[in-house]
Unconditional design. Structure first.
Length: 569
């Protein structure tokens, strides 16, 4: 920025002397010291009094650097902004600096010295004589008058309207539009013009009983007494603030409106901030010594290890809740190696390529061949034997002409009856055959497998049999039975996980199924692995900002799912 400094002085005889100089700077200093860009030798001016800066936009920013201020068009100030095209006048002691725009585009600063400070004051009084200040009422009286008008228009009129029509919930009260803080959320949009539906009493905050009159199924986060004990004490400042809030009819702490804030716009309500949860859970054990919950205040830095509920005993339906960091095991009643099914070079892959050509796939197995998403893409449907397994694990046990008899999966008594009826020669008919001359009945055929029982029932329920290959048969009271299958559909009972939001990831990113050789493995990521993407509420990209509400619901159902029984230790 170019400044044109025009210094106006007077000779002893009163003749005016004008000196111009150009400065190519964006910042000028003003003061009594000689090294300032604008040297003003006046005892009423500090050595380094102020600075002038020209940011982009055609303005001149002036600010005091010392203890004394300056005047802007007669008014005392410590900082001001002058539009260069419009201009203005600055006063430093006995000097006046007029700011304007020169014809060549430079900022023109005309510096002149008045005869004395008294003369400068008279100049200001002369300007005031041309204003309306002398005929207008004083500022204090005008302020009181305007305040009274506002009070009447925005307070008394709505109050009177409420007293007249408040008993009618559908009445439109005159004058209350100025009190409307904004549109309601989508869930309450139908109540937009019905303020009395929630604001039952004038000047009183919305009460919890008003909320629960509609939200009847919403229950407390826990027992009210324990919640009150768990809540962090607000301290002296917090108590004062709550005292003021209570004086104006606000309930709490712990009221519905403390978390569910309305009038934020026509959208879904914002979830509670992380601090809302951390106020209690950040140091919960200090106030609730008997709690089994670990302290948690931030998923990225202060959160206990994730725990999963796994099947401990399929017969009794007992379950255990164990941390993932301890590599828990579960007893589902199945013998199922994921690795054997996912190895692209293994025998199962070869079989899938051959058998699947007529079933719509024909490639090595992947997770999606057996695990199918629910319609909402949040979870997965239970694996079904007939739909997901029978293409390779055939249940055919006898052939009559072109008709193949199939065992009734899941009915042990019927399976035994079918095999007994078919006779001792009956054997499950698999369609897995050795290639070429190595097949049964060919030149190079040899059977190196261990001997199998002759009885078809014993053969089917042996470890290598069609049933024992995946299940755990047992003999109870002289009768054959199958260990019940308890496949866990939801491992994390106190958190929410949505597969749909992770659809850009591969299954193997979180589930190490390709290395699992036993069905007892719990193939879920632990806390450390989740933190590779998810951190606390204030996380910045490329991490995912993850507040408490992303995975946890405040109004958690108190009932245990599926009637699970906790295993005794």
């Amino acid at each position: 920025m170019t400044f044109r400094i025009r210094q106006i002085d007077f000779t002893a005889g009163g003749r005016e002397i004008v000196r111009d100089r150009m400065l190519d700077k964006t910042r000028l200093t003003v003061g009594r010291a000689a090294e300032n860009d604008l040297h003003l030798p006046d005892l009423a001016v500090e050595a380094y009094h102020a600075q002038m800066v020209t940011p982009p936009g055609g303005f001149l920013e002036v600010a005091s650097t010392g203890t004394l201020g300056f005047t802007r068009d007669g008014s005392t100030t410590n900082a001001t902004s002058i539009e260069i095209a419009t201009g203005g006048e600055l006063g430093f002691g006995g000097y006046r600096i007029t700011v304007s725009k020169d014809s060549d585009g430079a900022t023109l600063l005309v510096v002149r010295q008045v005869a004395s400070t008294a003369d400068a004051t008279s100049d200001f009084d002369e300007k005031r004589s041309f204003t309306l200040a002398s005929v207008l009422p004083g500022k204090r009286g005008l302020s009181w008058a305007l305040a009274s008008i506002i009070l009447l228009a925005f307070l008394l009129v709505p109050v009177i309207g409420h007293q007249i029509y408040g008993s009618n919930p559908k009445a439109k009260i005159t004058g209350d539009a100025s009190w409307d803080p904004g549109a309601l959320s989508l869930g309450h949009a139908k109540l937009q013009d019905n303020c009395q539906a929630c604001h039952v009493k004038a000047f009183v905050s919305v009460r919890d009983e008003t909320c629960t009159s509609c939200h009847k199924d919403t229950h407390d986060h826990g027992q009210p007494g324990r919640i009150a004990t768990a809540r962090d004490m607000p301290g002296l400042g917090g108590n004062i603030l709550w005292g003021v809030a209570h004086a104006f009819g606000k309930t709490g702490p712990g009221a519905c409106v403390d978390c569910h804030v309305e009038h934020q716009g026509a959208r879904h309500m914002d979830p509670p901030a992380q601090k809302f949860c951390a106020d209690c859970h950040g140091s919960l054990k200090e106030r609730l010594a008997d709690t089994k919950l670990g302290d948690a205040s931030d998923f990225g830095t202060a959160h206990p290890e994730l725990k999963v509920q796994v099947s401990a005993n399929p017969w009794t339906k007992a379950v255990q809740r164990l941390p993932l960091s301890d590599h828990p095991r579960e007893n589902s009643g199945l013998a199922f190696p994921h690795k054997a099914h996912l190895d692209p070079l293994g025998g199962v892959a070869r079989m899938a390529m051959r058998l699947g050509q007529g079933a719509g796939y024909g490639q090595a197995l992947t997770c999606t061949n057996c695990h199918h998403e629910t319609e909402d893409r949040v979870r997965f449907k239970p694996v079904n034997m007939e739909k997901d397994c029978a293409a390779c694990h055939s249940l055919g046990y006898d052939r009559l002409g072109t008709t193949v008899r199939t065992l009734h999966h899941g009915d042990v008594a019927q399976v035994i009856a079918d095999l007994r009826t078919a006779g001792p020669a009956a054997t499950p008919l698999g369609n897995r055959r050795r290639p070429g001359n190595y097949d049964e009945g060919r030149v190079y055929y040899s059977n190196f497998a261990p001997p199998v029982p002759v009885d078809p029932v014993q053969r089917a329920f042996s470890k290598e049999g069609v049933c024992g290959e995946c299940h755990a048969p047992v003999v109870s009271g002289g009768r054959i039975a199958i260990t019940p299958v308890r496949l866990t559909q939801r491992y994390m009972l106190h958190g929410w996980f949505d597969h749909k939001s992770h659809d850009k990831e591969k299954c193997s990113s979180c589930h190490a199924a390709a290395q699992s050789t036993t069905s007892t493995d719990v193939l879920l990521p632990d806390l450390k692995q989740c933190r590779t993407c998810h951190l606390g509420e204030s996380a910045s990209r490329p991490k995912v900002a993850s507040s408490c509400a992303m995975c946890h619901d405040y109004h958690v159902s108190p009932g245990a799912p599926r009637g699970a029984k906790v295993a005794k230790k």
